[in-house]
Design a protein around this ligand. Structure first.
Ligand SMILES: *Cc1c(COP(=O)(O)O)cnc(C)c1O
Length: 365
């Protein structure tokens, strides 16, 4: 079982690292899942064996977050990107308007998609400041009667993250948590809806998790194609059509792993430690490395930084690559460097990166 395997220092932004024990468990069960003589991929999605996998994953996610019982957990397809359209299709009724807080590229995409489907407004934006920070609660201009307010909890490309979510009163709060779901405790009660593509913190790509409050669902319009209606998926326990069974199985294994780690609080502590190692290397570099995000908006998931010149960045990235680090290039739209230290990235990988950064500075500073 503890055979030595080669594992890269994987800082990919998504799809990203999965826990080794999860991969090994999947490997062990791959060709004969629980004595069925079949892989999970080969099971009927209507079989009792698969339904257990499906329902256990839902129950585990609820348990890990300590979610109020009434919340529904859905497993959909189309990625977080389809949610950009599904949210307004279902919840942005005519005569209403929805607010978007602009904190990066993904918020822009969500906003633009909704803008095609209904009335939207920007409740705040830090675009003028290159999305270096999350707006303060006092900056938000939430119009009374809004269909919802949409936030991006963690900005994967710019490396910023909300620490406290805004109070929105009667306006339902909807969050894209694709890149920080399960990374820290969150009071789910504050949200009418949360969605997340699985491929950053929850599992492989192919499944999108939606957490939704039934009273919000009641507001949904029915004049939407069947597959894009949340209420249809709720009524059918995400089994209206064939769900991505293998991705959901993997997600269940990741949730089980999260529980074994001590749950979300323990994971959050480790994430603090991991990101802290790299931010310390930046802060103690005397300007050799420059973080993109303002300190109080820093993401624990995506650590974005630059060096003094693009030439030096190229050298840094090339040497990092030879040293076994993967995924440190900044997003193609912003350049620079980015280390994504999602839940499954081990502390040792972050220590190794910190050491590499210190060494690189010594040789090039
Ligand atoms: C990755 C990401 C997306 C896009 O997710 P897909 O599943 O590829 O559609 C959306 N929002 C955020 C915050 C992301 O990090």
């Amino acid at each position: 079982m503890t055979k030595q395997v080669y594992r890269a220092y994987n800082f990919n932004a998504g799809p990203s690292a999965l826990p080794l024990s999860v991969l090994q468990k999947a490997q062990e069960e791959l060709v004969d899942f629980k004595g069925s003589g079949m892989s999970v991929m080969e099971l009927s999605h209507r079989s009792a064996l698969y339904e257990d996998v499906h329902n256990q994953a839902i129950a585990l996610l609820k348990e890990l977050y300590g979610m109020p019982e009434e919340y529904e957990v859905l497993f959909l397809q189309g990625g977080a990107s389809l949610q950009f359209a599904m949210v307004p299709l279902n919840f942005l009724a005519e005569g209403q308007s929805a607010g978007y807080v602009m904190t990066g590229s993904w918020s822009e995409k969500a906003y633009e998609e909704a803008n095609k489907l209904g009335q939207v407004y920007q409740a705040a934006s830090t675009k003028e400041e290159s999305y270096r920070r999350i707006p303060a609660p006092s900056e938000l201009q939430i119009q009374p009667g809004s269909a919802y307010l949409h936030v991006t909890s963690n900005n994967t490309i710019f490396g910023t993250q909300w620490s406290d979510f805004p109070e929105t009163g009667d306006v339902p709060l909807v969050a894209d948590m694709s890149s920080d779901i399960l990374s820290k405790p969150v009071d789910v009660k504050k949200f009418a809806m949360i969605y997340a593509g699985a491929q950053k913190n929850l599992g492989p790509s192919g499944v999108t998790v939606v957490i939704v409050r039934p009273d919000f669902l009641e507001r949904a319009t029915q004049n939407v194609p069947t597959m894009l209606r949340y209420d249809i998926h709720v009524k059918n326990n995400s089994l209206y059509n064939t769900p991505p069974t293998f991705s959901i199985y993997m997600l269940g294994l990741v949730l089980q792993w999260a529980k074994e780690q001590g749950g979300i609080t323990a994971i959050a502590r480790r994430n603090q430690e991991k990101a802290g190692l790299i931010y310390d290397a930046i802060d103690q570099s005397g300007g050799f490395y420059k973080g993109h995000a303002e300190k109080d908006s820093r993401s624990l998931m995506n650590i974005t930084f630059r060096l003094q010149s693009e030439e030096l960045e190229k050298k840094f990235l090339a040497e990092a690559k030879s040293a076994g680090f993967v995924g440190l290039n900044g997003h193609r739209s912003v350049g620079g460097c980015r280390a994504s230290a999602y839940n499954a990235v081990p502390v040792e990988a972050c220590q190794a990166l910190r050491d590499f950064m210190l060494e690189f500075q010594k040789n090039n500073g």
